[in-house]
Design a protein around this ligand. Structure first.
Ligand SMILES: [Zn+2]
Length: 184
């Protein structure tokens, strides 16, 4: 960040009084610009035992499969965000249930919250961000062509919980290797 989004003046990087981290601070209007993690919301939606996945039409990971998910918007609850992403990417009208997977990825500042979803009607339509939308049974899941580790985790938890007959919340942390790659 170079300029204040509040007043347009040049910002400096410093530790504000009473804080213990560097922040971008505007000396003109006194605004402190905090940079906090983003929340990604989505859901694993099932219909008659099969799970809905979308093949990504956008970078990163074009052509790979994911459950509908995306960044939470200001003014939304996490459940509303998960339902909106499902409507946008897969054209589905989904009933959001319990939280299935909570994943922190500290190095890229993301929190992923993946819910369980039930379809209200079995209608779907690939949105602009999807090449294709499809329902998969457990043994049809394209495990080698999933877009991100968070997708794999959520699907593994979904199928393991389903076979146990009880869904619970799975909370975990993904630490990326320091050498960096385009994987999440
Ligand atoms: Zn300012």
């Amino acid at each position: 960040m170079n300029y204040c989004s509040n007043c347009g003046s040049k910002v400096s990087r410093e530790i504000p009084e009473g804080d213990n981290r560097h922040r971008f601070v505007c000396a003109n209007c006194d605004e402190i610009h905090y940079h906090n993690p983003n929340i990604v919301v989505g859901c694993v939606t099932s219909w008659e035992g099969r799970v809905l996945l979308c093949r990504r039409a956008i970078e990163p990971r074009v052509g790979f499969w994911t459950m509908p998910s995306g960044y939470l918007e200001i003014g939304e609850s996490t459940e509303q965000g998960a339902a909106r992403e499902s409507a946008e990417e897969a054209g589905i009208d989904v009933q959001i249930g319990n939280l299935l997977s909570l994943v922190s990825i500290p190095q890229i500042g993301q929190i992923h919250m993946i819910y369980l979803g039930q379809l209200n009607t079995p209608e779907f339509l690939a949105g602009e961000e999807s090449l294709e939308v499809k329902f998969f049974s457990e043994n049809e899941i394209p495990w080698d062509d999933l877009a991100f580790p968070t997708v794999r985790l959520a699907l593994e938890h979904f199928f393991a919980d389903r076979s146990r007959g009880e869904f619970t919340l799975h909370s975990e942390v993904i630490r990326r290797p320091e050498t960096g790659s385009n994987k999440q």
